[in-house]
Design a protein around this ligand. Structure first.
Ligand code: HEM
Length: 345
């Protein structure tokens, strides 16, 4: 009996030791795992390349996941947690998180990394590395940045908090500006990061207002195209960028755009800004940027300068990736990204 109590105490002590305070943003370092888990960045990249060869949309999902993780409680992989008995409504279940994907890929990567270095690499770091690699692949290497690492995975994940912290596509430009300012992001950075909508897709329920918006807000032919697409099933998803649309649909609704349709989809670049100025963007939040003087001038600037956007987007992604967990939070290295480690207390 005495021995089992002693063992239990020892296990609790080990468990407590494994709970740590997360590194401050300025303590994150590039090459953090160079000695702790040699080659981890290559393992992650290998899996991302493999996944994107099968489906480039997975890359869009990873880029969005970084944003949705980091804007809620900082970058702590809280968005990756599944519902559980103790926590039936994690972030994943928030309406604003509709369409999030790539969870299986991240779990696959985590398993491979655990095999190489058990208990060393956090899911939050894996997510940032994977999003970085996805951005690089989807932009043909034009968007690239170094990832400072050393994050821990959090214990808290709450759907209401995600709903409150993340911007909604129905927001006005002022609501978008306020939402980003709350995380210390400028109007310019709001415009830069919105450029991620050159890739991926959205559900029709995410842009219902656009289906009846007036011509000052959306090009009527594009509105007709979206209406047609949205009548193809119950809440289907529609690509964000007209050039990723199928040729027949573009030929039918916007014949002047057929030359833009690409065989390879989801190419990340500054076309979002061209689409914005042509009023052929899906979300109300995209269009809203044109209604604000400073934001609109930034849209023009990035439409005119593709290279500038590549660089500034990389910098803004790094800034996003440094959003810290709330002060006083504890973290751990999860064994699986979808659940917190089993606790002994
Ligand atoms: C400015 C405020 C933003 C709003 C209101 C917004 C809203 C949305 C919505 C409604 C969707 C479609 C969800 C669905 O219906 O499935 C979406 C997709 C997407 N968003 Fe945003 N977003 C914003 C900013 C960002 C940022 C900052 C990033 C990344 C840096 C981002 C990256 C993406 C990507 C890549 C997709 C496509 C995802 C996929 O195809 O799986 N968004 N966004």
């Amino acid at each position: 009996m005495r021995i089992s109590v002693a063992i239990l105490c020892a296990l609790v002590a080990v468990q407590v030791a494994l709970l740590a305070a997360p590194a401050e943003a300025n303590e994150l370092t590039v090459g953090y795992y160079a000695k702790k888990c040699k080659g981890v960045e290559n393992i992650i990249k290998w899996h991302v390349i493999k996944a994107l060869k099968q489906n480039r949309r997975t890359g869009a999902a990873l880029v969005r996941l970084l944003f949705h993780d980091c804007f809620v409680r900082g970058c702590d992989a809280s968005v990756l947690l599944d519902a559980s008995y103790e926590n039936p409504r994690p972030e994943k279940g928030a309406p604003v998180n509709i369409g999030l994907a790539a969870f299986d890929l991240l779990e696959e990567i985590k398993a491979a990394v655990e095999k190489r270095c058990p208990g060393v690499v956090s899911c939050s770091d894996i997510l940032i590395y994977a999003a970085r690699d996805a951005g690089s692949i989807l932009s043909n290497g034009h968007v690239h940045f170094d990832v400072p690492a050393g994050r821990l995975d959090g214990f808290v994940s709450n759907a209401d908090e995600a709903q409150k912290e993340l911007p909604d596509s129905t927001f006005t430009v002022q609501q978008l500006i306020d939402n980003f300012a709350a995380k210390n992001f400028t109007i310019e950075e709001l415009v830069i990061l919105s450029g991620a909508h050159s890739i991926g897709a959205g559900h029709c329920s995410s842009f219902t207002g656009r289906l009846t918006a007036p011509p000052e807000q959306i090009t009527p032919a594009y509105r007709d195209l979206l209406n047609y697409k949205c009548h193809q099933g119950p809440d289907p998803d529609v690509v964000n960028n007209i050039r990723d649309e199928d040729y027949a649909t573009v030929a039918r609704f916007m014949p002047g755009f057929v030359s833009r349709v690409r065989k390879i989809s989801d190419f990340m670049d500054n076309t979002y800004y061209h689409n914005s100025l042509a009023k052929i963007v899906t979300f109300n939040s995209d269009w809203q940027l044109l209604t604000h003087t400073e934001a609109r001038s930034k849209v023009h600037e990035y439409a005119d300068n593709a290279t500038l956007w590549d660089v500034d987007f990389g910098d803004s992604m790094v800034k996003l990736s440094k959003l810290p967990m709330p002060a006083g939070s504890k973290g751990e290295i999860r064994t699986k990204c979808s659940s917190i480690n089993h606790r002994l207390y």
